[in-house]
Design a protein around this ligand. Sequence first.
Ligand code: AHR
Length: 503
Amino acid sequence: MPTARLTIDPHFTIGPVNRRVFGGFVEHLGRHVYDGIHEPSHPTADADGFRADVVELVKELGVSTIRYPGGNFVSGFRWEDSVGPREERPRRLDLAWHSTETNEVGLHEFAGWLDQVGSELMLAVNLGTRGTLEALDLLEYSNISGGTALSQRRIDNGRTDAFGVKMWCLGNEMDGPWQLGHRSADDYGKLASRTAKAMRQLDPSVELVVCGSSSAHMPTFGEWERVVLSHTYDDVDYISCHAYYEEKDGDLGSFLASAVDMDGFIETVVATADHVKAVRGSDKTVNISFDEWNVWYLSRFQNVDKIEGLDNWPVAPRLLEDVYSVADAVVFGNLMISLIKHADRVTSASLAQLVNVIAPIMTEPGGPAWRQTTFFPFSITSRLAQGEALALKLDAPTYETKEYGEVPLVDAVATHDRETGRTAVFLVNRSQDEALTLTVDIATLGDLSVLEAHTLSDEDVYAKNTLQDPERVAPRANDSVRIDGGELTVTLPPVSWTAISLG
Ligand code: AHR
C-alpha cells in the first residue's frame, strides 16, 4: 500500500476561511426555480409555492451567500418584470436558454425563500443588454429605505424594509462569445468602471465583483483580467473566476486531478490582479469571487439538451440535469480543498448551481427531493471548515496525467479554529486502484481525539444517487483513523474524499 505524510502546524496560517466561500448560485434556468425550489402543487409547498423538502435540504447543505438570478440568463433580464402583482408580470423569451421566463418568481419571492434557508442574497446586474441606469434603478429599489420613486415601488409591492444587498456582480461572463452583449475587455472594463462608480455613489457600502474569465482556457484569459482590472481596479472588490470540470474521453486520471487546474487558475488571477496593483501603486487588494465552480458535463448539454426553434420556448425544460457519480464527488470535494487552500485570496465562492441544474439537490415534480453524491463533500466541508486555513507540508507519491503531467496522489487542506480548538482535515486519494496510508503529524496541535471521520468512496466509482435509488451513495464513517503519540494514521480508499474533525 503506498504511503504519504502530512504535517499540520496551527502556526502556519493561510488566512481565515470566509463563510462566503460556501456560497451557492440560483439561476432562472431549466427546472432550477420552477419545478425545483418552487412548485405550488407539491404536497410540501408553502403558501408562496416553495417546496419545504427542498428548503430543508438547502439548509442541511449549509450555503452562505446565494448568487441570483444568473448566469447567462441575467444578460437578457429586465428586473422590473419580476416585481409587482404576479398576474401582471410579462412572459419573456429567455434567449440564453431558449426558454420562456414566466416571472412567477422574482426578487421579492426569492428574498423570502432566502430568509427561509438562512442565506444572503448576492445580485447580478445585466450589463449585456442593459447598462448603468438599470443597475442604479435595481440598487435603489433594493437598498434605499424609502422616500424615492423606486424605493416606494418596492414598499407598494409589499416589502417595507430594504433588501440591503451587499454583494453585486457587474454582469456575467462578458468575455464569452455566447453571452448576450459580449464585449471586448476594453469595452467591458470601461462600462464596468462607470457602473461601479455610479453604484457606489448611490450606496458606498456595496461590494462589487467585476467579471474575470469564463474559464482559464478562454483564448483571452490573463489579458482579459489585466485589461478589465486596469479600468476597474479602484472601483471593485473582487474579480470573478468560473471553472467547470468533466471527465473527457474516459481519462479518469486527469479528471481526478482537476483541482491542479483550479489551483493554477486562482494563482494566475491573483498574480494578474497584483500586477495591476503594482502598476497603479495601489495599496488596495482585489480578491477573488469564484462565483461559478462545479463538475459539469458541458459536452452532454451541447450535444443532447440544446433547444431550438422559432416557436419552441418551453417553460422550465429539463436542462443540465447532470447525475453525479462517486468520482465526480471526489473531484468536487477536491475543488473545495483548492478554494480553502487559497483562503487568503478566495474570499467568496458560489457552487453552480443548487437544485436540478448541475446541482447537489434533485427533485421530481410531485415527488421526492434527494441528495446527489456532490451534496456530501459540500455539506460536510461547510460544517467542519472553521477558523483559519493552514499551510500544510505534504509528501505524497505522484502519478502521470495526460492533462497536467505529474501530480500528487493526495491532496489536502486543514482548518483550525482557535476559539473551539478544533481542527478539520480534508483529503483526497486520486489513485484509481490502490488504498493509501496517510500519516499526519499533529504533535503541535496538542492532545486531540477524533470527533468525526467520513469517507466517500465506492467499489463502483461511477455509482450515483437517482430517483429510483436515491440513497445508493453516502459517506461512511472511516474507522481506520488512529491517533498515537502525536501522529494520526488513516487509510484512504482509492478514488476517495475524506474529512476528519479533531478536537
Ligand atoms: O451555470 C451554467 C452557466 O455556466 C451560467 O449561466 C454561465 O454563467 C456559465 O457559462
